[in-house]
Write a protein that binds this ligand. Sequence first.
Ligand SMILES: Cc1ncc(COP(=O)(O)O)c(C=O)c1O
Length: 446
Amino acid sequence: MDMTNSSAVVDSRCSVMFHPVSTDRASAGRVDGPGPGRPWSAVMNSREHDDYATEGMPPPLSPDSGDLKITDGPAPGAGRSDDELLRRIAEWGIERRQWLVGFPVNLDFDYRPLADFLAVSLNNVGSPYTPSGYQMSTKPFERAVLDFFAGVAGAEPGEVEGYITNGGTESNIFGVRLGIRRYPDAVFYASADAHYSVDKFAALFSMDVTKVDVGADGGMDIEALADACRRHPGRPAVVLATVGTTMTGAADDVAAIRPALRRAGVERLHLHVDGAFGGLIVPFIDGYGPWAFDAGADSVAVSGHKMIGLPVPSGIVLARREQLEGVRHYLPQVDTDDHTLTGSRNGLNPLLIWWALRRLGRDGLAERARHCLDIAEYAERLLAAGGAEPRRCPHSVIVSFDRPSERVLRDWHLLDSGDRTHFVAMPHITRDHVERLCRDLGGARR
Ligand SMILES: Cc1ncc(COP(=O)(O)O)c(C=O)c1O
């Protein structure tokens, strides 16, 4: 399949996408390898990179903190010079899409047509399903988004409810808290590769997390989970399964968890699925099968800023309706029902997500997922050809490879993970990014 064409299809289908990635600053040509008998690792730290490094790359802007100081009255720079500074920072941020290949965020979006809402105070306080005393909300849009995600997560209509959160961590806190409320004497389990925030919020609940090893495919070893449960006979379990880990993109086999725990004698289980990353990838992989409510989940988290793309973080959480009963109450101060974790709630994000999803639809999301998987495969091939020892878990858009120089890590926005780093194929990434990265790794000049 020709990826250049395929990304063009994605661009034309998804009108939420920003202007097509421009190639005038960067070569879209052939991949120059590191040369016969010369693996990239041999040249990754060599001097010849230093010039190549910044070619076409806008330098980071670091405004002087003195210039940013807020004063008693309007500051001397307030007005045109501040606007100019902010415009340049925004341009720099937009330009990063050419270089950011190491984080699970999509940079291909443009919500500027909705700029009027920057002059409206939106607040979705309370439940998305009941109006509140505060009239400027976007709750009907939020409900439309939640209904859509319920379908993606394999729920029957009306079976689940939720809300739009501030990100994956809040969604996971919400889901795990439901489990702990159901079973206060539960043991909390998650895979060793679960997101780092799991440790933070376990501390919030004054609980330990029992970490379960991952298997060869990067997913939680379900037999090891069952064995861990057997060591706590009679205790209920709250299990956080991850679909798309942050570092490898591997997915736990959610459908196998409930039956395995039943065999291990666990009668009371709350199964929360952290699909912050993979929740908008695996549902679109042909033949992948059930991964969320249809795989026995009680609650599910998905990110808004990862595959969809948003200017600020956001998340979606859904849970089986009956499990929300215990956390639902009426808030007289704002005249609404509430099952959410926070007070005031962001009313802009639901609008942005709805707007993006109306343009993409399910087919557009599927196209994006396929695009990311194709790009990951392409990166794996090119990195292997250059001797960078790539590895990729099944169905993952993350390709780990040998750690390059500090300079390459910084320029390409790659995370330092010891002797490895990670390429993350997100919707804004094209073949051109892969080729430029590989040329940079190889130190080859055009
Ligand atoms: C699998 C997974 N879970 C949870 C999170 C936390 O999400 P957030 O940073 O939006 O709170 C992330 C973020 O990268 C993630 O990848």
